[in-house]
Design a protein around this ligand. Structure first.
Ligand SMILES: Cc1cc2nc3c(=O)[nH]c(=O)nc-3n(C[C@H](O)[C@H](O)[C@H](O)COP(=O)(O)OP(=O)(O)OC[C@H]3O[C@@H](n4cnc5c(N)ncnc54)[C@H](O)[C@@H]3O)c2cc1C
Length: 427
């Protein structure tokens, strides 16, 4: 017999990651009866991630300032960018201000969870949501404790927020994510190991290797306070053909490359290796339905070029909380009422998320484009700053595009014309 909770919660939030915890804390503070469901049995829990939080989070979501004081963090003001042909440049914030805060997700998510857990009415831990049925009065969620031993529990709420990651069950059950997953996700494979075992001589900068020659997609080295985090992301085709079934050997090959390049020293520890999907096809066309909203990875809200998702998860969780509060005040939870959520995120983060897909498709499918962009940036400080700014969230695609149109393209055209003219004269 399923164990059924008799409470009708104002909102059930599925997933206690950055999206779910941000929404839960806001809604709990506002006095709503909030149920937070999480499949992990307890926090801290692992989440494969680079843990890079861009500096804009501190302004947009002021609570992150307090949380950053609770966890080990390496605040970086420098980054190194390299193209497939080995051309590289270093960028440093002109004032020495941090552009990226590196945390371990095991610490960061535990801090987010402590904050949210103290504000919600009920926590259901070890609750794997497997079923959702919507009726005119609410939503019923069915949860299992584990796939082998399903100790079924059911919960009811007026509205559900799906913040349950890239593999979101709520996105599927609500019909908001449909179709083949292949092509919608990249796979990011990483290792997080203490410096006593695997180290980098560059603990003061983020290293980004754009479109690695062996076509991984991208590689990165994130030096955290006490751990190195290094890995690479690849498209689904590359993953299926070259990585699946021998992921650890493949990862080892990547680490050996990094060591040979002088980017890392020491030994890889395969037990610290993890892989996880990242949505790379942009936000879902629709992120709301009757009594359902989606936030964070569940809604595809990741910058497809930089793989940044923590900021977008927290912002979308915050905006989802606004929409749920408005729905609660209106006592209406139909799709029309909840559409304000989509309008809000489209306004604030939609352009960046959508442009990132176009940039990723243009750059990562043609290494020559990355080579020429990085080469130009080495001689053009403004382009360098705009490129780094775009990947760290402090400049916009419009600024980058405008600089390309005003300065880079005319130079490129002029270069072509003069070399043609020289060739003609020479002939
Ligand atoms: C290897 C890797 C490196 C990355 N590096 C960065 C980076 O440096 N910076 C950055 O900003 N982003 C990075 N990202 C992206 C970032 O990790 C995600 O975008 C972010 O975690 C999304 O947050 P979320 O709250 O939407 O989902 P998640 O963080 O995935 O949290 C979802 C929660 O839901 C729970 N859950 C899942 N299914 C269910 C269920 N059925 N029932 C109940 N609970 C469930 C999970 O246990 C989890 O706690 C990286 C991703 C990967 C894979």
């Amino acid at each position: 017999m399923p164990h059924t909770s008799s409470t009708l919660f104002d909102v059930a939030i599925v997933g206690a990651g950055p999206a779910g915890c941000t929404a839960a804390a806001r809604l709990g503070d506002a006095g709503l009866r909030v149920l937070l469901l999480e499949k992990a049995k307890a926090f801290p829990r692992e989440k494969p991630c680079g843990g890079g939080i861009t500096a804009r989070a501190l302004t947009r979501l002021p609570f992150t300032r307090d949380l950053l004081r609770e966890v080990p963090v390496n605040a970086l003001s420098k980054m190194y960018v390299e193209s497939p042909d080995g051309t590289g440049f270093e960028y440093a914030d002109p004032h020495g201000d941090p552009i990226l805060y590196l945390v371990r997700r095991i610490d960061w998510d535990a801090a987010l969870f402590r904050r949210a857990g103290a504000r919600v009415s009920e926590l259901a831990m070890g609750a794997i949501v497997t079923g959702m049925v919507t009726d005119p009065d609410g939503v019923t969620l069915t949860c299992a404790s584990s796939s082998e031993n399903p100790d079924v529990r059911t919960f009811r709420a007026r509205v559900v927020l799906g913040a349950d990651s890239a593999n979101s069950v709520i996105a599927r059950l609500s019909g908001l994510r449909t179709g083949e997953v292949h092509g919608q996700f990249a796979v990011d494979m990483m290792e997080e190991t203490p410096y006593t075992q695997l180290d980098t001589p560059h603990r003061d900068r983020v290293t980004l290797l754009l479109s690695l020659p062996s076509s991984y997609g991208y590689g990165y080295i994130f030096p955290k306070q006490n751990h190195i985090n290094l890995g690479f992301g690849s498209g689904p085709d590359y993953f299926v053909e070259h990585v699946r079934g021998r992921a650890k050997q493949h990862h080892l090959g990547f680490v050996e490359q990094m060591k040979a390049r002088g980017f890392a020293t020491g030994e890889s520890h395969p037990e610290n290796y993890r892989a996880f999907p990242i949505p790379i096809s942009g936000p879902l066309d629709s992120t709301y339905a009757d009594r359902v909203l989606l936030a964070g990875d569940a809604a595809g809200m990741v910058n497809a070029f930089s793989a940044e998702g923590i900021y977008f998860a927290m912002v979308s969780g915050d905006l989802a909380a606004d929409a749920i509060l408005a729905a609660h005040r209106a006592n209406r939870f139909d799709a029309r009422q909840l559409a304000s959520y989509q309008a809000a995120w489209e306004r604030e983060i939609g352009p960046e998320l959508r442009h990132s897909v176009a940039i990723q498709r243009r750059l990562f499918t043609e290494p020559g484009r990355v080579n020429s962009l990085v080469r130009r940036a080495t001689a053009d400080p403004e382009l360098k700053s705009l490129l780094c700014g775009y990947s760290m969230g402090f400049s916009t695609y419009e600024q980058l595009r405008s600089h390309m149109a005003r300065v880079v393209m005319p130079q490129w055209v002029w270069g072509k014309v003069t070399s043609k003219a020289r060739a003609l004269v020479g002939a």
